[in-house]
Design a protein around this ligand. Sequence first.
Ligand code: IMP
Length: 338
Amino acid sequence: MKIYSRKELNDYKLSLTYDDISLIPFEISQIKSRAQANPATEFLGKRLQLPVLSSPMDTVSGIRMAEELERLGCLGVLNRFDSSLNELLENEELTSRISAVSIGLNTNEEIITKLAERKFIICIDTANANNVTVLNKCEELKTKYDVKLIVGNVACGSTLKDLVNAGADAVRIGIGGGSVCTTSIQTGIGIGQVSSLLDVYFAREEANLNIALIADGGIKSPGDIAKAIALGADAVMLGRMLAGTKEAPGEVIKYNDQLWKKYRGSASFGVKMKNEFIEGEETMIPYKGPVENVINAISDGLRSAMSYMNSFTLEELRSKNSFAVLSNSSYIERLPRK
Ligand code: IMP
């Protein structure tokens, strides 16, 4: 069987996503227990226990989610759609418990100034970072304030230099891969998440650019997170995996003897509430209880992957560079059967 390097995966003839590839444990692991593997990382000047960011969506990242993720050593990115930003600005005490916020291109200047002065990491949350308005906004904020900026999203690395020149410190990678995203159906735009990530990764390496890579969208399991990090992502961004938890905004609904919570795309009708172009769906997902359980499961899965891959750190995991491309039957074989 051919063992693919990251570069060979990037040159693969078809666009690939997480279910198309797998990590190959090819050496004797020196790790005696999962606890020895440490998935902590430095991200935009912040120490994270786990390379996990929450999507800035109104059914994922409210104040409670951001606070709890901060406590758990992850990074919650507050959404810009509900009253969260106002609540944050009204309550100074929250400043130490929340670290990243998202804004849109129309967010009021006064709010942005306050957020920048309080040193929040700012995420310019747009569907397409390859847009002159987004780049101008990025440049404007970087010139006015001493602030770390996340921009997104991009599907490939062709414009990475422009983003870096405009002042982006991190980029969200993935268009069309989100689990409530209908962009590809509506527009025909987008490539598989693995290929997207690798294209941006090599654009960064080849031009020696200083920008953090966030694998955003389509991540379904701790295993997908291990794959994204092994492929070169600095962090992952999760929507669905964190939605439906106790800390996610919204009510728990009982239906058919089962508990549910709403999860919806930022470009869904429910968020926009007007007859605009819609690129997102709304759905109900089973209630999952405290987000801490999800984070612990991610931590266990990632540590276990690191142990298989003889990697004490995420840096080592990224250095292994041994992947398989799965046939469809190999993929199905990997799934548990009833
Ligand atoms: P998930 O983790 O697969 O559910 O994907 C979450 C990601 O989907 C977010 O971080 C966004 O990048 C993306 N996203 C959120 N809302 C929408 C939408 O309405 N349309 C397209 N993409 C979206």
